[in-house]
Every structure is written in C-alpha cells, then in structure tokens.
Design a protein around this ligand. Structure first.
Ligand code: DC
Length: 230
C-alpha cells in the first residue's frame, strides 16, 4: 500500500491487517529511524552511505511479538521518538539518499520473506519493493483534506496546529517524495487507486477489505488465516 502523507495509510494498514489476520509493516518508520540517527548522532542527513553504515552497525529491527510491532535500533525502542517534530523535518531529506534506500529495500524484502502474510505500507512498496505483491493499493486524497486530517490529529494530541503551515508542509513533502530519482512516490499502473478524500477511516478499510476478499474469491490469493465472513 502506497500513497502520500496524510491519506491514513498507517491506520488503514493496521486495521486491514487486523481484519485479515495479517502482519503489518510501516516502512516510513524505518526511514524515520534513519532520521533519528542523523539528528541524535550528528550524521549528515544527506550522507546516505554513513546513515546506512550506522544503521547496519546498530541493527534496525521490529519486535514482531507486539501489535503493531515496535521499532528497535540497537536495542533502543524508537517507536515514540520517530514521531517527534524534528524527525518530520529531516526525514524527507534522509529518504532521498540512494544508498540508504537500497539498504531499506533489501531489509524490507527480507522482512517480506520472513513474514509473507503482510500488509506493508510506504511510498515504493508496490512500485519497487514488492512489485509482485498479490494486491497493490495506492491511497490518495486532496492535499487540503490531508492537511485538515493532520491538524485534527495534532489538536487531538494537544499539540498546536496551524492549517496553512501544515498544508504547505504536506505540499513540500509531496514534492520531495514525487521528485526523487530513487523510489519516487508513484501509482504503478497495476495498483488499485483509492481516493479517500470523502471517506472515513472505517469506510476506507471496509472498501480495501472487500477488494482483498474479492481477490481471494477469484482465486488470486490464498484465504487470510483468520478470515471472518465479511
Ligand atoms: O509515511 P511516513 O510519513 O512515516 O514516511 C516518512 C518519510 O519516509 C516520508 O518522507 C516518506 C518516506 N518514505 C519513503 O520514502 N519510502 C517509504 N517506503 C516509506 C516512507
């Protein structure tokens, strides 16, 4: 599942995985961990080789016994740290670095092999990392809708939020994600595009679940292990 920031991908992926009895991989969290390395360890955000080397040395891993899995770097739990505001500003630069992306793609494919019944979400999952995935979705929504959602989310967490500033940040991040040469944000021709602008989170999950089950019914997928009748 791919798509720009603010389409609700992480929440949708988690809920869809729960309904279908699958595991969930948030690949944005891995790039966010690299941004934490840049900030906390003073590694330059545009030095992809150094970032990849630090991550290889320290070891980036998920704790799959937890749902959703917690993110560990060298044993340090980064699950909360990666959501801090300073990480948001650095992560788009970090995610443009080709050597780091190559290492992340390798790590994600390894996770895919170890956890083959997986809902994975990011920007390049259907286009680069798992082009042969059984089902590929591209979630989209108008930037104004995504900004409104982000503002509501921040205010619900008691954080101050200015709509115009959030909208500008989203448009800036879209530009960075879409224009990088390596693994840019694109909707592959074979992916199913879902515009979530007018849908609630629940409606999006309902729609995706329906589509996955339709693929199962058509014999394109093995049935989810804990499948409940829809
Ligand atoms: O989905 P997110 O906001 O947590 O993603 C954080 C950043 O990482 C964002 O700038 C996009 C980038 N990213 C990426 O380039 N490729 C992915 N597979 C996932 C995220």
């Amino acid at each position: 599942m791919d798509g720009p920031a603010g389409t609700g991908k992480s929440s949708v992926a988690l809920m869809l995985a729960e309904r279908l009895g699958l595991e969930m991989l948030d690949t944005g969290a891995m790039y966010r961990a690299a941004a934490v390395v840049a900030i906390d360890e003073g590694v330059s955000a545009d030095d992809g080789d150094a970032l990849a080397a630090r991550i290889a040395e320290e070891g980036l891993a998920f704790d799959w016994s937890r749902k959703p899995p917690r993110l560990l770097l060298g044993g340090r739990d980064l699950t909360e740290r990666i959501r801090d505001a300073d990480v948001n500003t650095v992560v788009s630069i970090v995610a443009r670095q080709a050597p780091l992306r190559a290492a992340m793609v390798r790590a994600q494919r390894e996770i895919g092999r170890a956890h083959p019944r997986l809902v994975t979400e990011g920007r390049d999952q259907g286009s680069v990392v798992f082009p042969d995935a059984a089902v590929r979705f591209y979630l989209d929504a108008h930037p104004e809708v995504r900004a409104r959602r982000r503002v509501e989310q921040m205010r619900a967490q008691g954080r101050p939020a200015d709509y115009e500033a959030v909208l500008r940040a989203i448009q800036q991040r879209d530009r960075l994600d879409e224009t990088r040469t390596d693994g840019p944000l694109v909707c592959p021709a074979e992916a199913q595009r879902v515009d979530t602008s007018g849908l609630t989170l629940r409606q999006v999950v309902d729609e995706l679940e329906r589509r996955v089950r339709a693929c199962v019914a058509a014999g394109l997928l093995s049935p989810p292990r804990t499948a409940q009748p829809a």
